[in-house]
Write a protein that binds this ligand. Sequence first.
Ligand SMILES: C[S@@+](CC[C@H](N)C(=O)[O-])C[C@H]1O[C@@H](n2cnc3c(N)ncnc32)[C@H](O)[C@@H]1O
Length: 436
Amino acid sequence: MSMFAPAACSVRAISAPTRRAPPVISTTWSRSGEFSILGFMHHNDTAMPSQRELMLNDEQARHCARMHEHLTALIAESQGWLSFERFMDAALYAPGLGYYSAGARKLGASGDFTTAPELSALFGACVAGQCAEVLGALAGGSILEIGAGSGRLAVDILSRLEVLGRLPDRYWILEISADLRERQRRLVQRCCPGQSMRVGWLDRPPEESFDGLILANEVLDALPVQRFRWHREGVLELGVRIEDGRFAWAPRPAAKSLAAACRRLHQAGWEEGYVSEYCPRLEAWTKSVTRSLRKGAALWFDYGLPRSQYYLPERHEGTLICHFRHRAHGDPFLYPGLQDITAWVDYTLLAEASREAGFTLGGFTTQSYLLAGLKVDEQMHAMAGDDANLFARLAGEARQLMLPGEMGERFKAMAWLRGLDLPLSGFALQDLRHTL
Ligand SMILES: C[S@@+](CC[C@H](N)C(=O)[O-])C[C@H]1O[C@@H](n2cnc3c(N)ncnc32)[C@H](O)[C@@H]1O
């Protein structure tokens, strides 16, 4: 292990929650423009991780240094100022270097974060119930999963659909990460070899149209965002520049498009210096990945809020959050290329995107109500059978998935429907569409 890291990648302070942690509302943004995560410790955090826990091995340090060089070159090419959107894009997707393009472990105990399907097979079993309903109404069809991580959700869905006798014609995975694709392939082979012929991988949205479902869990939060700072006399866009060899936030007057977006997002009560994010590519991206769905549903699962809550005056430091070795923090400059960088989803923007893409809104609810509507209790009994220990373990997992202080409320689900008018069980118990 080496403590070496390029100047811009130095460890300052970092908190301890996992991806299930609360929003990054306690990062600090000082008026001087210096961004700090020293104030990020959440009251649930028990201990500051030691420097040793955050050490990079030699290979990681070299990777971080190469990414630093790449980003520095991008900044230089754009006359010393790079929009945060482009910085985030490169940090996540630069070929061979970005967090999702290079070989970082990402999910699971030895990775950086845990997601709902990784936490429990109950999530996939419930989502499979929703898929079965849609595939039943369409009398067949295929599934396209975007960003399948370790492949756990795919395996759990296929296993459950087999039991329900509702297997899709094909299960496509659109995955941009080569190492995750390999991991998915191995998991599918190991856990449902009988279905592996059905599963195929894509590196771009399918050309041919199909009927069925599109699923994406925790993918929208990775779409690069613009960062803005609101002032009465004008909106500033926060970009990145190099200062003493380190990345530093650098404001400059926002372009017309971002200033216009901020006028739509603005709420009474925003104070001078209010900072938040806006995702300008959400509409085009969702439109492109759903274009080939002729008839069926797209189901989006992610952490996020309707706009009225997302841009509350109290949330004045935005929702940007990074994950590194199961630590959540607010400093995207810490280990670019080695850490995930995310922002919460503005579900009102996602609802607007559904109309632009030619869908109707089939439902919007919390993860808690989604799973309750998909009969998580019955899934637990079916999975545990007579095994009391297994039942107790599943009950614990269900609590993590559903309790408001865990993943139950901050994670939401939204359904888009195209060419299909169908009440969806996952959205039947609670309808939050009026909040959008
Ligand atoms: C946070 S992981 C979630 C993985 C999985 N869905 C889960 O819930 O465990 C994000 C996934 O989306 C993929 N991804 C990230 N950005 C993407 C993009 N722009 N297009 C397609 N996939 C993307 C990543 O490679 C990864 O598989």
